[in-house]
Each structure stands twice: as C-alpha cells, then as structure tokens.
Ligand binder design. Structure first.
Ligand code: MLT
Length: 239
C-alpha cells in the first residue's frame, strides 16, 4: 500500500497515474471553489489549462447552461462571468450550470491528473468525506497519488499540509503504508503546523489573496468539512 505525494504536477510522467487513485488539492482556491460549486448544485465543472482553452471548451457547449469562470493573479479574468472565489459559487449563480474554469495552478493540476482512476477533488472543505473515499481506494487495494497544485510551479504549504493531513487520517489502522519522500515531508508538516487556519493563513497564496481584498476566501477555505461531497474527474468533467 503506497501513497506518493507530488508537491507540484510538474514531475508527473506519462503513465505515473495508470491504475492508481489520485487526489488533487488546491486549497487556495481552485479545489475549494469546485467542491463548493458542485455542492451548491452546479451540474459539472470542466477544468481548462488556460483561459483560451476555457473559451474554446465553452463555445462547444449550450450557451444557456454554461458559465466561464477563472482567475489570473487571483482576479477574475476579464469577460468571464465568475472569478475563482468559493464565495461566488452560491446556488443562485451556479445551480444547474456547467462551469468552465481556468485558474493559474489548480485547473492545470487537474488536467495533469487525467489517467488516474478515480481522480478525487479534495480540500479542507470536504476533508472528512475525502478521507473516507481515499481510504476506500487504498483498501481496494490501489496505490494513491496526491497531487498538490502548488503555486506557480513551486511548493505551496497549504496544499502540502492538506496532503499530510490526508495521509495522517487514512493511515490510522493500516498495517503497512509506504510513503515517498514528499509524503513523509507532508506528514511531518502536520506536527509543525497546528491547525488549518495556521497552515492556510500563513501561506504565500493567502498573502496574494489579501493583496486583492480576498482574505475572506482564506477563512472560507480554512473551515473544514463544510461539504460532504467528493467530486470526481473523469472524461474531462468534474461531477
Ligand atoms: C489557482 O488555481 O491558481 C488558484 O486557485 C489561485 C487563486 O485563485 O488565487
């Protein structure tokens, strides 16, 4: 039984995910936003690697039922209906809609996770439910890969901490769990930081959000177990 953590999707090679379960984490903010949108009634979220790809994907869908969403440097992309704030994903805005989402780190990480089976979307906001699903994957038995979106191709502490918390929770009662070096480091972080709030609020991503007056998104993302849904990504759609 093995869990590999990748602190960014960069090192993933073709075939690394075949036959393995995957968890993708971008706590600030893409996976938090996706979970919130689906919990609030969105039909599906389609992740795009770039804003141009999002526009292309949206143009192939029924105009009425689709919303373009996404950010660059945390700010809504011009011409898009929504940004990447979980607080925008209220039922009145998203119920019944397919959202095509392009973000700097999170949606490219999801696109890179294609090939895993299943690909689970995780964040503190669905932590308890995520841990149950991840543990079930391990018990199949199937190896698990946790892909942290990171930040601009670098390590992001909030994602690594989330990966560590997942490992800590799923390993309870398992006799033999092998971790890669990144997995061991992620687990060690859970001794260093004492809460979701400490891990998320102290991050560089949180500071960037604060710079554009989006600090409330950090508080939103740091409250665990708001939702019991664990979205899965398959055939280019998250549902
Ligand atoms: C991302 O996917 O890059 C992030 O969620 C960034 C953000 O929305 O601030």
């Amino acid at each position: 039984m093995k869990i590999d953590v990748h602190f960014t999707p960069l090192g993933l090679g073709a075939g690394d995910l075949a036959g393995r379960g995957v968890v993708v984490v971008d706590a600030l903010r893409a996976t938090t936003t996706i979970i919130t949108a689906l919990a609030n009634g969105a039909k599906a979220v389609i992740p795009a690697a770039t804003s141009e790809e999002a526009v292309r994907l949206a143009s192939n869908l029924e105009k009425d039922g689709v919303l373009l969403a996404g950010e660059r440097r945390s700010v809504r992309i011009e011409g898009f209906a929504l940004g990447n704030s979980p607080r925008e994903m209220v039922p009145a805005a998203v119920a019944g809609k397919t959202i095509v989402l392009a973000t700097t780190n999170g949606t490219p990480a999801l696109v890179a996770a294609q090939g895993g089976e299943p690909v689970l979307v995780g964040a503190p906001v669905n932590f308890k439910a995520l841990v149950e699903r991840a543990r079930a994957v391990l018990l199949e038995p199937r190896d698990l890969v946790i892909i942290c979106a990171g930040r601009e191709k670098q390590f992001a502490i909030e994602d690594a901490y989330t990966a560590g918390r997942v490992i800590k929770a799923v390993k309870k009662g398992l006799r033999k769990l092998v971790l890669n070096d990144a997995g061991r480091a992620a687990l060690a972080l859970t001794d260093e930081l004492t809460s979701w709030t400490e891990a998320l609020e102290g991050s560089e991503a949180a500071h960037q959000l604060g710079d554009v007056d989006l600090e409330e998104d950090v508080a939103f993302a740091a409250r665990p177990d708001r939702f019991g849904v664990v979205p899965t990504y398959a055939d280019r759609r998250i549902t």
